[in-house]
Design a protein around this ligand. Structure first.
Ligand code: MYA
Ligand code: JJ1
Length: 403
């Protein structure tokens, strides 16, 4: 069990908590000690860098993922990240092309494997006090990477390629003097720092039921269901507008001060805020509330990203348009109202479903805004970092949203 993960500097299921101090799991190393040569792939494969600035390469990564990436438990839906999304997400501030790692078949040049890293300042640990009314949690800010989009072509599964991809990206990240990573996965690995659940709010219930994403509730008709989920056409919060790059200086303290209460979160600088909270059709939407009584003062933030799924084997529908709640900062406006407005915006843009995790303060609105629990979980992991006593976190202590 866990032939690979058992050898890695990650929290193990077997460990007792007790004495373990907070911090790196591995003995600290220097860049000079990092292996210079790439890890060896089986003979017929080679490494490549996927330069997503090149549309043809972005399309190759898109194709690999759209045919081979994450599916739900019943293989009815598969994530279908757009190439615009991949560019937004992977060509972020501080990105390193060397960390967009591909595996190609030597003979055909066909892309059959991928893994990515992007840099982030992650704050982790600290005291309780996270959650609804919590003060600052404290903890330590650690320069990390976020790992995502690990994918091996379906025809090449179970050949132990994934561990080679993971070791190779670790080496490339270590070469830049970074020794920790954060990542999420639907599968259980040693050992989650936290486990969150997905929640779903129907925007287009007829289509969701048609494609088997949801079902008609007992004693409900289609007409009553459509009425139940109907939303207004326009957001209800006065002063809500799309975020602009010039908002970044004001959003940095708004966002970081709010996230200070969590025990696992990202710390954003101005350039990062301008990048992550922008508006790109079918990729990401970010809205701020500009106090109508005090023009120029920003009180709240709400955002979501677009992650459609392919509908597998349905006669009519091929794509499920899903919006995923990203970060929300309730300042002057109640959280519930901000998220309701985000859903209104998503519905008016033609999204079929609005998804959220049970992290941050999301429990405050899930029920009232008619979200229902999904069948998927999302485990949060750290590489080469343990919390004091090998502690884990509740979903409500997590303030980190990855793509
Ligand atoms: S999560 C999304 C992952 N992608 C998918 O689920 C897409 C569909 N599936 C596939 O493409 C393949 O099944 C993958 C595995 C590629 C996932 N994370 O090659 P194998 C372990 C980590 O024979 P395959 C995301 O992107 C498995 O337990 N490990 O298997 C975040 C076994 O190890 P062990 C995983 O099925 C990724 C070994 O791989 C995952 O052909 C974070 C088997 O390898 C998984 N999701 O390929 C990666 N699934 O023997 C870690 C299986 O021990 C980053 N495995 O049980 C770590 C930090 C690195 C940077 C550090 C810097 C300092
Ligand atoms: O989308 C998901 N589940 C859906 C579809 C289930 C289809 C059958 N398996 C679901 N639908 C019910 C919705 C219903 C709406 C009305 C109210 C009640 C609920 O539950 C799940 C999440 O729940 N998604 C997945 O399983 C996809 C994989 C999740 C792991 C993600 C890994 C991320 C990778 C790394 O970064």
């Amino acid at each position: 069990k866990y032939a690979f993960w058992g050898t890695q500097p990650v929290a193990q299921f077997s460990e007792a908590g007790g004495e373990a101090p907070e911090g790196p799991i591995d003995v600290p190393k220097t860049v000079a000690e990092v292996r210079q040569e790439p890890y060896t792939l089986p003979d017929s494969f080679e490494w490549c860098v996927c330069d997503l600035r090149d549309d043809a390469v972005a399309h190759e990564v898109y194709e690999l993922l759209s045919n081979n990436y994450v599916e739900d438990d019943d293989n009815m839906f598969r994530f279908n990240y757009s190439s615009g999304f991949l560019k937004w997400c992977l060509l972020c501030p501080g990105h390193t092309l060397d960390w967009l790692v591909g595996v190609r078949v030597k003979a055909s040049r066909r892309l059959v494997g991928f893994i990515s890293a992007i840099p982030a300042h992650i704050r982790v640990g600290g005291g309780p006090g996270a959650g609804a009314e919590g003060g600052p949690a404290g903890g330590r800010e650690v320069r990390m990477v976020e790992i995502n989009f690990l994918c091996v072509h379906k025809k090449l599964r179970s050949k132990r390629l994934a561990p080679v991809l993971i070791k190779e990206i670790t080496r490339r990240v270590n070469l830049r003097d970074i020794w920790q990573a954060a990542y999420t996965a639907g599968v259980l690995l040693p050992k989650p720092l936290a486990t969150c659940r997905y929640f779903h709010r129907s925007l287009n219930p007829r289509k969701l039921i048609d494609v088997g994403f949801s079902r008609l509730a007992p004693r409900m008709t289609m007409a009553r269901t459509i009425k139940l989920y109907k939303l207004p056409d326009e957001p209800l919060t006065p002063g809500m507008r799309e975020a602009r790059p010039e908002d970044a200086p004001k959003l940095v303290p708004l966002l970081n001060d709010y996230l200070a209460r969590y025990r696992l979160t990202q710390v954003f600088n101005e350039e990062e805020v301008a990048h992550w909270f922008q508006n790109i059709d079918n990729v990401v939407q970010a809205f701020v509330v500009e106090d109508p009584a005090a023009p120029g003062s920003l009180t709240d933030l709400v955002s979501f990203y677009a992650l459609p799924s392919s509908i597998l084997g349905h006669p009519e529908h091929t794509e499920l348009r899903a919006a995923y709640l990203y970060y929300t900062v309730p300042g002057a406006t109640p959280l519930k109202q901000l998220v309701n407005d985000a859903m209104i915006m998503a519905a008016s843009k033609g999204y079929d479903v609005f998804n959220a995790l049970d992290l941050l303060q999301n429990e405050l609105f899930l029920k009232d805004l008619k979200f229902g629990a999904g069948d998927g979980q999302l485990h949060y992991y750290l590489y080469n970092w343990r919390l004091a006593g090998n502690a884990s976190l509740t979903p409500q202590e997590v303030g980190l949203v990855l793509m």
